[in-house]
Design a protein around this ligand. Sequence first.
Ligand code: GLN
Length: 293
Amino acid sequence: MNPTLPRAEALRRLTQAFAEAGLANPRGDARFLAEYALGLSSSELILQGQHPLGESGAQALGEAAARRLAGEPVARILGEWEFWGLPFRLSPETLVPRPDTETLVEAALRLFPDPARPLRIVDLGTGSGCILVALLHERPKSFGIGLDRSQDALATARDNAQANGIGTRAVFLRGSWLDALAGPFDLIVSNPPYIAASVIPTLDAEVRGHDPLAALDGGPDGLDAYRAIFSQIARRPGLLAPGGALALEIGYDQAEAVMALGAESGFSDITLNRDLAGHPRVVTLRPSLSIRG
Ligand code: GLN
């Protein structure tokens, strides 16, 4: 881009180029990338729209725009994304936090409405740490463990916990589901991989090409993670504290299957929560007394 171009004009041209390329959200994308590349807040970008881009701004914006036009999601270009109103750094092995997942945070908070209660929380497949960090942010007396198979994700989650001021109340450990943990936990949360393996090739290119496969692939029918989590808790009921609960994100068409798997594993008190689009998105479960150890 030309360094003498006023910021507002650059923004207009970028929006137009993104629209012509068929991007779903050309104006929003252009704005995010301009703020990022020029190092400006949204109000600075608007109020100082007549300032020229400048040499380094023009170069940074040109590079960011080229990446976007090549199909890279905005969140990946920025290297961070907002969730629950908090900033989260991303890495190649973390999923971009989705707004749908805020439904999981809301459902979990509804299960434990008292902010003063010290909860013991575990987040299985923590990724960027966004779910655990949001929960600990809302429940300031609580402690949490974030588990992941990816060291790269764990390092990112640790940074995010620190940056969001809850670093002393969270630890991040490598592990597979609940294998290495003894509990008891008051709250077990997870947004596990839940896409059926055969569906992965049909996903949007921006998801398929940029989100880590390990965070998406839920096995042949997409339900492997739920089976693993439920069976571990059924075998080792001490993992859940008395009154403890699970909150799990699910795919839009998995409510019946996940609720049935939960019931088979001895859970009762099973509730379905919908996201803002009205899709089934989160199942919460509490065990019946018979599987309590
Ligand atoms: N919600 C994600 C998507 O639609 C999937 C995340 C997951 O498998 N947990 O791509």
